[in-house]
Design a protein around this ligand. Structure first.
Ligand SMILES: Nc1ncnc2c1ncn2[C@@H]1O[C@H](COP(=O)(O)OP(=O)(O)OP(=O)(O)O)[C@@H](O)[C@H]1O
Ligand SMILES: [Mg+2]
Length: 337
């Protein structure tokens, strides 16, 4: 089966000003990421705040330009189009973002919000659109009685349902879900995740799902990728990554408690946007990105960037602990220790 989305050596670079310096300098938020998604399947992306997950997602959506690399979607290279995707591509890639309080236009009714993609991308009449919107609302367990209400009349979970209905309107091939449930309470999170799961299987839509919580991602994804400081450091089948993490960082992530309070998460993010973590110039390309925090660091890690090594059970880990794995010997027992 050929991939629906194939990302190769993707870099996303922002021009940032640090401290009192007037001159902007490049800050690489995504550094050479390679990932793929099969039609109808879900790739989960996890990693701590600032690791570049949204930057990668936004490059796929054409919201920020790729500075280099390729993003093949359905046979076309989106990276070369920068942020100017043709309508045929925009129809096929939809998005749901984290904050259902700011992502829905407060002055529009539910009918207008959910019907917007239909108005922009189809020639449906108003009546046809309304019928389709009611159908879509029912798909997300809302109903025709909600058509004329405004976003402020809904709870966070219901707003996310509205955002999902709108993303489903054109039955796209791919939906990018950037922390779709992080702002919701735990029981609502489960409902929304189950809803996404059911709709995906019924409609054959692929997801690029970003979340902090590895357990949640594991539940719905076929594959999981782990990002650290702009790098994809591990990728593989969901069960293998979850039950037998290969990269030392993935193990730490599995033990980490997610930040449940959305206000605390927003504050942390705002602080980081104001002062992005910029690598010291000498560190940019030298050695493993995780070397300074890794409990198992070896001499080699300080001077060489680990390539992607195959891992038993599927997938890859960019870690020298797996360098011997393909010869059937090596350091797997250290990695497990
Ligand atoms: N528009 C921008 N201009 C400059 N720097 C940016 C911009 N957007 C993001 N960054 C920086 O790029 C890095 C990656 O940010 P990104 O939002 O992609 O991370 P993330 O993994 O999605 O984090 P979170 O989990 O908090 O959403 C951060 O250091 C961030 O400060
Ligand atoms: Mg993000």
């Amino acid at each position: 089966m050929s991939a629906l989305l194939e990302i190769r050596d993707l870099w996303v670079t922002y021009q940032v000003r640090s401290g009192l310096q007037l001159r902007r300098r490049p800050f690489h938020a995504v550094k050479g990421a390679s990932l793929s998604i099969q039609p109808g399947q879900t790739l989960g992306i996890v990693g701590e705040s600032g690791s570049g997950k949204s930057s990668l997602a936004n490059a796929v959506l054409g919201l920020v330009p790729a500075s280099s690399g390729s993003i093949h979607f359905d046979g076309q290279d989106l990276a070369t189009m920068k942020t100017h995707y043709p309508e045929a591509v925009r129809e096929q890639i939809q998005a749901v973002f984290q904050d259902p309080f700011s992502s829905l236009n407060p002055s529009m009714t539910v009918e207008q919000i959910v019907g917007e993609p239909l108005r922009v991308h189809t020639t449906m009449s108003r009546e046809e659109r309304r019928a389709r919107v009611v159908e879509l609302l029912e798909l997300v367990s809302l109903s025709a009685e909600h058509l004329h209400r405004h976003p402020h009349q809904f709870s966070g979970g219901q707003r996310q349902r509205i955002a999902i209905a709108s993303a489903l309107a054109l039955t796209p091939k791919l939906i990018v879900l950037d922390e779709p449930v992080s702002a919701l309470d735990v029981s609502t999170q489960n409902q929304i995740i189950n809803l996404l799961y059911e709709r995906r299987d019924a409609l054959g839509i692929a997801y690029l799902l970003i979340a902090h919580d590895l357990a949640l991602v594991h539940h719905i994804s076929e594959r999981i990728a782990v990002m650290y400081l702009g790098h994809v450091v591990e990728e593989g089948p969901s069960d293998r990554v979850y039950h037998a993490p290969a990269h030392p960082y993935t193990k730490v992530l599995l033990e980490a408690v997610p930040l449940l309070d959305p206000a605390a998460q927003r504050a942390r993010r705002a602080a980081r946007k104001a002062a992005p973590i910029i690598d010291a110039p000498r560190e940019v390309s030298v050695g493993c990105p995780y070397k300074n925090r890794c409990p198992l660091v070896m001499d080699r890690c300080r001077s060489e960037m680990p390539p992607a090594y195959p891992v038993e059970g599927g997938g890859v880990a960019n870690c020298f602990l797996h360098a011997g794995a393909e010869q059937g010997k090596g350091r797997m027992e250290i990695a497990a220790g």
